[in-house]
Design a protein around this ligand. Structure first.
Ligand SMILES: *Cc1c(COP(=O)(O)O)cnc(C)c1O
Length: 360
């Protein structure tokens, strides 16, 4: 007899976004800034002194306090997670019951629908406008029509890089009484966060991560911010030691460096703007290939192109990894040098492609 996986597991494949090693990695929306020596030394000393034979603080109070101080929040409304990814998993598995409806949007972060399906929720996908912006009235109506128990989306959005302003978010929150999960993974790069006014909404969870602007994708640390009732439930439902001692320690040290973090965020934002300008210039030169460049509120640029497969491969051949979606490319900002190399390789690829086109 051979063990039979159930149907929902049988078709799954392990997450492995990219095979091979490439000189320049612009595919995962990470920060390109590596930690300076002084902070590395401080972290090294702190980690060496940890009592690793003991379990970590299950409520991760120190790092919650550091996170709260950095964003000007009350630590009582914070739950830490093993990346915000784990928090998405906890929320979708515990706040809804099987066959409940959760609304996601398209295009948006794929993990929402992934976990929701795994937990046997009904996933209803609300389309975005043709230009990939969110139509709030349509979304409100959609949630009501589908009797949604929850709606989840990223703002600014991965992968579109577009943002929905606060006025619109308020309108959405005021119109819905289901759970609203606002993933602000990229909000450090924009200024429309709902964190300052979250206490006005008892049905909203805001997700944050240390993986993007804060430059700590390697330690797996994310946070859920919500009111008292939801926070209590989240803390009760998570596994007790979900964030380990090393992540808590490194997260605390970093979050206690607001000047450093603000400087990094400002620099990344500036590099992303440079990248956006560079790609926009190429778009005006090759409009038949790069059909549209979206207005970026994030650390990456989203491009519509029917040549996604060719351009993706040509850049890989130049040892530059970006992210490909059907009909689109997502390019994360690197350092100035990395962006220059990307733009150079992209220019050459576009020249080659357009020469091919003309010879047809
Ligand atoms: C990267 C990303 C996350 C994942 O963050 P982790 O804390 O690394 O798990 C969550 N949401 C969105 C929209 C992201 O792009």
């Amino acid at each position: 007899m051979q063990y039979q996986l159930n149907q929902k597991l049988a078709d799954l494949v392990p997450y492995d976004p990219i095979q091979g090693t490439y000189q320049i990695r612009l595919d995962a929306n990470e920060s390109y800034i590596s930690l300076p020596g002084e902070l590395r030394r401080q972290i090294g000393e702190a980690v060496a002194a940890l009592p690793l034979n003991r379990y970590p603080d299950p409520l991760s109070q120190k790092v919650n306090e550091a996170f709260a101080a950095y964003y000007g929040l009350n630590p009582d409304c914070i739950t830490s997670g093993n990346g915000s990814d784990e928090l998405i998993s906890i929320i979708t598995s515990c706040f809804l019951e099987s066959d409940d409806t959760i609304v996601t949007l398209e295009h948006d972060f794929s993990m929402y629908a992934f976990y929701s399906s795994l937990y046997e929720l009904k996933v209803e996908v609300c389309p975005k406008r043709q230009d990939l912006t969110i139509d709030v009235d349509r979304l409100i109506a959609f949630c009501k029509e589908t009797h949604a128990k929850a709606v989840v989306f990223s703002n600014p959005c991965n992968p579109t890089s577009l943002g929905l302003g606060r006025t619109e978010i308020r309108r959405l929150l005021n119109a819905l009484d289901c759970l609203v999960i606002l993933d602000e993974a990229y909000m450090d790069f924009w200024d429309q966060s709902m964190l300052p006014e979250l206490s006005a909404y008892d049905n909203c969870i805001i997700l944050k991560t240390c993986s993007k602007a804060l430059g700590l994708a390697g330690i797996r640390l994310g946070f859920a911010v919500a009111g008292k009732t939801i926070t209590r439930a989240l803390r009760a439902a998570k596994s007790p030691y979900n964030t380990d001692m090393i992540a808590q320690t490194i997260g605390t040290i970093l979050l206690q460096q607001p000047d450093y973090l603000h400087a990094c965020t400002a620099q990344i934002t500036e590099r992303a703007k440079q990248l956006y300008r560079g790609i926009t210039q190429l778009q005006s030169k090759y409009p038949n290939i790069l059909e549209q460049v979206y207005n970026s509120r994030t650390n990456f640029v989203y491009v519509r192109t029917s040549y996604d497969a060719q351009l993706y491969q040509m850049l890989l051949d130049a040892s530059i990894a970006i992210r490909r979606f059907r009909g689109f490319l997502r390019i994360c900002t690197g350092s100035s040098e990395e962006n220059a190399a990307l733009l150079e390789a992209l220019t050459q690829s576009l020249q080659t492609l357009s020469a091919k086109e003309e010879s047809l």
